[in-house]
Design a protein around this ligand. Structure first.
Ligand code: NOJ
Ligand code: NOJ
Length: 467
């Protein structure tokens, strides 16, 4: 069996599984161009032999964080990703083209970097933001190594297009991360806010500017607040008859986790009262509907999926969402440790009461017994989600997209790249390895009045030269 217990001192199997799905050398994806993340080697039922901008950016963000943590062997494939994205930005597609930025939100391409022209849920406006975040993280790493000029020539032009796209189009509707719902999506808006915030600082570090970042970020954050309903996130504004409880929100919390931020509700930090209340309601929404969860009461980890009404490929639990439920809690534990205390509010109390029935609102310093018992319970709960994934992982260690609601056997696309990326990042967080800050704690002032604004940007064809 492959060793999926990722540790900082050995190359984890999840990392190798990711690399197997990346061109040009990935063993499972022959035909894919260099730096192209194939969503899964599966070519039918479902056919995932394409590259999605979202899956690719989230996967490379994990690889870039591995590089920063010391795995320098990953730098060549990261540079291949930069080159591949420079080419993709210039590919005209059914969402549009680069002249007005519209083509940047095309969700997926063929693995040889040509346009996919069939019907699809498009545009998907999270893609440019997530890609900007991945590239900025790599760019900041290079700046820290005093390689600023290569960042300016090879990375900034791509990032600038994506930032200009976000600043111009964030207030327009599009398809959600699950490619199903047309409207406004919490995950997309939050990813856009983060990109604009770190984009502004990145521009300054390069002696450039991003005026659209500065003018639009507060407005995006303002809109982001409207997804909160008092107890949980309503993941999509669309008339779709769903509760709104959706892994969309948990993925947002871990995606915008900032190790330097306090438990801020506004940016939905993992340890915030809002994000914890949401975690409880999201997880509870799967307790009764999946037979694999039968008998597991509130406070015990269970199998969780995208959203309870899901029917796609069986509407089963997903590995990456179950791992996200764990990762949010590992992030929260890290934040409480940094802060030296843990606070329970009326909003987060139901989350904590499930774990420790005597929990009560209050602020508990890390020296207190309450802090010790509550953080131990949260750790146990987090580990429980990882244990659910392990329980339903075949002995060869492979992770598909889903595992069935009836008996937990693998379902849908095999060897989903995003599943392995989720496993690797959850393992890193469990071990206390965290990504760089994105400046969340300096970007949490919500304007008193929200405006649906836009900053028109310009777009230029990027090219990547020597490193
Ligand atoms: C509907 C699914 O729910 C969505 O996630 C998927 O990407 C598309 N169909 C295409 O297969
Ligand atoms: C379906 C998922 O819903 C979507 O988020 C993902 O991008 C594609 N599959 C490819 O993995």
């Amino acid at each position: 069996a492959r060793d999926l217990n990722a540790r900082a001192d050995s190359k984890p199997a999840a990392l190798q599984a990711i690399l197997n799905n990346i061109g040009a050398d990935g063993s499972a994806v022959s035909g894919a161009s260099a730096g192209v993340v194939v969503a899964s080697p599966s070519k039918s039922d479902p056919d995932y032999f394409y590259t999605w901008t979202r899956d690719a950016a989230l996967t490379y963000k994990v690889l870039i964080d591995e590089l920063i943590a010391g795995d320098t062997s990953l730098e060549p494939t990261i540079q291949d990703y930069v080159s591949a994205q420079a080419k993709l930005q210039a590919v005209s597609n059914p969402s549009g083209d680069l002249s007005d930025g519209s083509g940047l939100a095309e969700p997926k391409y063929h693995v040889d970097l040509t346009a996919f022209t069939e019907a699809w849920g498009r545009p998907q406006r999270d893609g440019p933001a997530l890609r900007a975040t991945a590239l900025i993280t790599y760019g900041n790493y290079l700046i820290s190594k005093e390689r600023t000029s290569v960042v300016k020539s090879n990375i900034w032009p791509i990032v600038q297009n994506d930032l200009n796209y976000v600043a111009q189009y964030w207030n327009q509707t599009g398809f959600d991360l699950w490619e199903e719902v047309e409207g406004s999506s919490f995950f997309t808006i939050a990813a856009q806010h983060r990109a604009l915030v770190e984009g502004s600082a990145f521009a300054k570090a390069l002696g450039e500017s991003c005026e659209g970042c500065d003018s639009q970020a507060p407005q995006v954050l303002c809109f982001q607040q409207s997804f909160w309903d008092g107890k949980a996130i309503v993941s999509n504004f669309a008339n779709n008859g769903r509760t709104g409880l959706d892994a969309n929100s948990v993925l947002t919390s871990i995606g915008n986790f900032d190790p330097k931020a306090p438990c801020d509700d506004v940016t939905f930090q993992p340890c915030s009262a809002r994000a914890l209340s949401n975690h409880k309601l999201y997880v509870d929404s799967f307790r009764k509907i999946y037979p694999v969860n039968s008998g597991k009461e509130a406070g015990t980890a269970v199998a969780v999926g995208r959203y309870s009404e899901d029917t796609y490929m069986g509407g089963n639990p997903w590995y990456l969402t179950t791992l996200a439920a764990a990762e949010q809690l590992y992030d929260a534990l890290y934040q409480w440790k940094q802060l030296g205390s843990l606070e329970i509010t009326e909003i987060s109390l139901p989350f904590f009461k499930d774990l420790v029935s005597s929990a009560a609102a209050g602020k508990y310093p890390s020296s207190s017994e309450t802090y010790t018992s509550i953080t131990a319970a949260v750790k146990k709960y987090a580990d429980g989600f990882v244990a659910v994934v392990k329980e339903h992982t075949p002995s060869d260690g492979s992770l598909a997209e889903q595992y069935t609601r009836d008996n937990g056997s693998p379902a849908s696309a095999k060897d989903l790249t995003w599943s392995y990326a989720a496993l690797l990042s959850a393992a890193r967080r469990e071990a206390g390895t965290v990504p760089p800050t994105w400046g969340a704690s300096t970007a949490n002032k919500v304007p008193s009045k929200c405006e649906g604004s836009s900053a028109k940007g310009s777009y230029t064809t990027p090219s990547v030269g020597k490193w």
